[in-house]
Design a protein around this ligand. Sequence first.
Ligand SMILES: Cc1ncc(COP(=O)(O)O)c(C=O)c1O
Length: 423
Amino acid sequence: MPAGFSRLARRTEDPAISWLMHSALARPKLISLAAGFTDNDSLPLEHTRALLNQLLRSRKAGRSALQYGSTQGDPALRRLTARRIERMDGRSGEASTDAERMIITHGSQQMLYMLTEALCDAGDIVLVEDPSYFVYLAILQSHGVQARGIAMEPDGVSIDALRARLELLRRSGDLPRVKLLYVVSYFQNPTGITTSLEKKKAILALLRKYERAAGHPIYLLEDAAYRKLRFAGKDIPSALSVDRRRDRVLYVGTYSKPFATGARVGFGILPEPVFTAVCRIKGNHDFGTSHLLQQLMARALSSGRYDRHLAELRKRYAHKASIMREAIRKHFPLEVQWEMPRGGLYFWARLPSRVSAAPGSRVFETALANDVLYVPGELCYADDPTRPKPVHEMRISFGSASERNIREGIRRLGQVLHQELTH
Ligand SMILES: Cc1ncc(COP(=O)(O)O)c(C=O)c1O
């Protein structure tokens, strides 16, 4: 980067995924199992058309939707959203306070960005699941925040690993730099892992324990982006339900995945004083998320169209996931480990640890030569100098690929893996 740019601009790299996208564009026949896009054919075109027509037919509501709204976001959308989360959590009597503590954002991505701006300076530390959502890792990197990975177990981060890490940071005097733990708690991107309620409880208790040495709160940032995309098992209450004083959980959600990614409507429920800090920052960013699209979402929720759409979407993803599972069973070597996800958009496959699936590896290059793309797992690991980045994993998405391409993509990938493992 030439001289004259800020530290932030100089630190900010091309998104990890951008060269993957370039690979896709350079090969028009490529089957991409890499993109985290949602299913294109099931986007709610008819619902959206009907809702916008209804909205714009009314002069009063239409003009209001086309005017600026408030920085915090539309009160009706906040109320409807808070009530739903309260109901899912099995809580009661908290929805109106939650609505008051909610900020509607331009996708949940904006909330993740603003929270990091509000809480972290360059040199601070954020604890993350190991592996984690790579765009969040990029936010940390561009702000000069150090990420430290906490090993994962099938029901969320290892509490022992979290304790050991906090203890290490306490002993080295680095705890005052630790601001939060970031957890993608439902059908995690990239592993598909869901954090159990017991783990959420244990995490909060542990973070609280180390606050005295930190000299400030250590928040749990719960990213529930995939919560609604559950197609098996039961919903698990959010961390809000085990945060007794309701002062340490930053709950972030989105309407992107369950409704329309293009609408870019997300939200966060934040305790004071984080709420005020983020509201001020949002005032400077854009003083409010698109009022029109907030009205669209509020109407989608209150009309029942959102629920009808979501029910269809879950069936569709369940079906696509089962097609991918059957293809993996048929074509992948037995040494490759994977689990059937219960929601979300991803399979996470672990090759034997001697085999690399990293960018530039034989597996990756041969897959590309055969016109199939996945996300190398390595990209989902933070730059954490305390451990080497694993390179033997792959994130494989059934979100945007057609059923035919899922079958064919997995067949090709299976061929590449058989070749490599018998090498
Ligand atoms: C874990 C996770 N969080 C947040 C987001 C951001 O989504 P949006 O900004 O569309 O709400 C994504 C998008 O893929 C994601 O995977």
